[in-house]
Design a protein around this ligand. Sequence first.
Ligand code: NAP
Length: 285
Amino acid sequence: MINSETKLYCLIGNPVSKSLSPEIHNLSFRLNYINARYLVFNVDNDKLKEAINGIKALKIEGFNVTIPFKESIIDYLDELDDNAKMIGAVNCVKSIDGKLIGYNTDSLAFIHTLEENFENFPELKVAVIGAGGAGRAISFSLAKKNVKELLIINRNIDKAKSLSEDINKYYPDIKILYRNLYDSEKIINQYDLVVNCTSVGMYPELDKCPINPILFTENTFVYDIIYKPEVTNLLYKSEKEGLKTKNGLDMLLLQALYSEVIWMNQEYEILGKKEIFKKGFYKNK
Ligand code: NAP
């Protein structure tokens, strides 16, 4: 029941019409008996400041941020937690006594999902394709786990270079290489894990594949953080090669649940919940 005590949480971004976040959060609020609702707001690219002022004026206690505001939001926040500061991108904001504090739960979620599949991070050689907001969060979190080697691949090589340099400032001992997509084809077979952090494979580029999995070794684990479609072209081709694969749904669910942990200031059980959410998730999509 909605009443005068009902709290509002929301997502701001553009576009947001295909977001699954309202379904995740509203179901979670119901399951946890939290008197709250979650809505999405499509904010015009030049209206971020006005949107933040509105959020402050209405005393909304927490919100998520998505494309294209994950970096530009930082100018409007009062504080960043250490992780978000290092990454330079924010996807979760909490208001404490009117002060807006930024967090990055994409990175927490990604590492959580990876720990379910890998144990020995210092032995792991990882190739990350994409140096946008998600590529940054994931590359920093892999560096924090002290992986053996990180290859950052991006269409725009300058962004890959600057991400490598940023990571090296925080983690000088990590071995990092950067390449453009074409140059990476010759060395991609040296990596145990390949993570796609580009939007290639997502609508409208459903038929595209960021790199051909025929180039990977037979033991390469292919992780595509796209969650819609359930099986991207990259995952389809990788599965045909007999490779182990994972899509981005677990990460999406966990970044949402980690956001709630930050907003509600309570550590309710996360892992078991993930399975409840996953049931039937793609059925109606
Ligand atoms: P972003 O900041 O806009 O970055 C987009 C990245 O994709 C850049 O590296 C860009 O390369 C690359 N790219 C775009 N079109 C390309 C093309 N045609 N060929 C080669 N590279 C191309 O976006 P983001 O926030 O990082 O998100 C990236 C993807 O991750 C999206 O699909 C998003 O849905 C997904 N994601 C999933 C989760 C999850 O929870 N599962 C969380 C966050 C993001 P350039 O730099 O060269 O332009």
